[in-house]
Structures are given as structure tokens and as C-alpha cells.
Design a protein around this ligand. Structure first.
Ligand code: NI
Length: 218
């Protein structure tokens, strides 16, 4: 195994050791495995993809707390003495990963970037995606569902990050949109099943929510 990968993995495991379930080490590890799988299918550079997948949440804006060092990925790449062209490519991939709202485009500039972004999106849908969405919503004190709320197709990252909508709203504002925003065929194949599962979950959720009310007999 590539020793740079091993060292990066060790560092990232430590950083995310106590994170909540939606963005912990296991999320990183799943994204890494998805990204490597997609890279093989799409013929992307495996080293750049694996490094970027491992580091993709190190500087995530959602988890930036005051006083925390900024640019942890850049600092780590320097410390590990990663070749400067590789380091630049890895930072570019990382900078293109994040979802920033339904109305915000997230273009990619390379096939490496495409597979890492797709891998992160795939871990946000399906059974795991549902679990992560409720874990994250809970960590932010969000309701499971507000029947009366208005959905917002955020067209600015600040608006998206400060959303107070319920976790069910998040399905319509993000999760159900992801399958049509993937860049690679390999990812679209994985997404089909996960997307269908979320639709089944929502049907069941509403059936239980409306149990005993007149709307459930319609
Ligand atoms: Ni992520």
C-alpha cells in the first residue's frame, strides 16, 4: 500500500474520531471506497482520487469551528511532502466536492474530481443517506418533518447552510435531486437503487405520519 495513503488515513481517522454519525470516519471511508470503485470504472487516477476522498471533509465549512486551523488539507499535503503537482490537483478536487444548495451549480474540472464528487453524493442517498440526514438534522436541532413548511431551492450557499427546514424538507431540497446531478455513468448505476429506496421510505413515512387522519383514507 502507498505509504502516503496510509499516513493520510491515520491523520484523518484521528481528526474524525469523535465526529457525529453523519460526517465521521466511516463516511470518509465509504466515500473513499465508492470513489476508488468509480475511478476504476471511469479510468481516473487512483492515487489522486483516494487522497482527495480521504481529505475531502477536512476543511468542510459545516464543521469549521472558530480557532480551528484553516486549510488542514494544504498543511497535511505539505507535511507529507506530496509532489507539488499532485498536491495542487488534490486541492482542486477537494474544492469542487461540496453541495452548496439546489440552485448552485457544482461543476468539475477533471474526471478525478467527478468521481470524488459523485462518491460523496452517493453516500448522501439511499439507506445510509437517510440515516445520515436524520443524524445531521438531529445534531442541528431540526424537526423530523413540518407538514406546513415551504421548500426552499437555495441559490446561495449561505442560505443553504443556515436552513432551518426539517429533515424531510432536506430530501426535496437536496437528496432527491442528487441522482440527476451526478457526472459519471458508473455513479448513476449505483444511484438508481438508492434513489428508489428513498422514495419508498418517504411513502412509508407519510403513511405513518398520517395514520388515523382523514387524509390517510383518501
Ligand atoms: Ni463528505
Amino acid at each position: 500500500m502507498n505509504t502516503l495513503i496510509e499516513k493520510t488515513e491515520k491523520y484523518v481517522r484521528e481528526v474524525f474520531a469523535n465526529s457525529e454519525g453523519s460526517h465521521d470516519w466511516h463516511h470518509i471511508d465509504r466515500v473513499r471506497r465508492l470513489a476508488c470503485y468509480l475511478a476504476e470504472q471511469e479510468g481516473a487516477d487512483l492515487f489522486l482520487v483516494e487522497m482527495a476522498a480521504l481529505m475531502h471533509d477536512l476543511d468542510d465549512r459545516k464543521y469549521h469551528i472558530e480557532g480551528m486551523p484553516a486549510n488542514r488539507s494544504e498543511t497535511l499535503l505539505k507535511k507529507l511532502e506530496v509532489d507539488s503537482a499532485d498536491a495542487t490537483a488534490i486541492l482542486q478536487i477537494i474544492s469542487e466536492v461540496s453541495y452548496r444548495g439546489a440552485g448552485v451549480e457544482t461543476p468539475v474540472s477533471s474526471s478525478e474530481s467527478a468521481v470524488v464528487q459523485d462518491a460523496d453524493r452517493l453516500d448522501a442517498i439511499g439507506a445510509i443517506g437517510i440515516g445520515r440526514a436524520f443524524a445531521y438534522g438531529g445534531s442541528r436541532g431540526r424537526a423530523l418533518y413540518h407538514p406546513e413548511e415551504t421548500l426552499v431551492m437555495h441559490d446561495h450557499p449561505d442560505q443553504y447552510y443556515s436552513s432551518r427546514n426539517s429533515t424531510i424538507a432536506h430530501f426535496y431540497e437536496k437528496l432527491l435531486l442528487l441522482k440527476d446531478r451526478l457526472h459519471t455513468d458508473a455513479a448513476r448505476k449505483v444511484a438508481d437503487d438508492r434513489h428508489a429506496f428513498m422514495l419508498r421510505f418517504l411513502d412509508q413515512f407519510y403513511a405513518e405520519w398520517n395514520f388515523g387522519s382523514s387524509s390517510s383514507q383518501e
